[in-house]
Ligand binder design. Sequence first.
Ligand code: URA
Ligand code: SF4
Length: 207
Amino acid sequence: AYTAEPFVPERGGLPALRKAAAECRGCPLHRNATQTVFGNGDTDARVLIVGEQPGDQEDRQGKPFVGPAGRLLDRALAEAGIDPGQTYVTNAVKHFKFTSSGPGKRRIHKAPSLREMTACGPWLAAELALVDPELIVILGATAGKALLGSSFRVTQQRGTLLEEEIHGRKARVVATIHPSAALRADDREAVYQGLVSDLKVAARALG
Ligand code: URA
Ligand code: SF4
């Protein structure tokens, strides 16, 4: 089976994890992507925010949530009263998966498979152990399934404080939609307000 497990170092903290992840060959996604996009933030962060996978901009820049979805997320976090300095931001899958009709053509995001999410899980588990956050914010269905299992439904589980067991540890979780969903929606403003209102639940849980 595909797995990142043999690539994950047992010690050395975030710098060692980041360095090792850059060389991960745990699944085929590293072949076409530019680089590993590892999590970003302080290991003392109170909140771990988990998205799906890097997008086009993230793949080029090597940092999570630096493209359009990231800008919307930053705005929503600010509006909900969550200090970005208290967040560690990462993705369920660390390489960009896309389809493209040829060189120089636009690269179109493709959802990672369950096998790829499972393969990449050891990196997320290592980040979770290192950051040991007070709260996990899940962005969208892919991250939800990666962390809470395939029965996760964002429509049913969003916007409430959940107590879950994740990678063997008890965790407080608030799930919401992926910010990209707000960028794509016809009623963008309403969908965005839903994101903000879920993030306010997270802000309240932090006290
Ligand atoms: N979407 C994600 O899920 N993660 C990113 O880093 C960027 C866009
Ligand atoms: Fe490794 Fe994850 Fe990249 Fe697959 S997606 S190669 S498991 S870092």
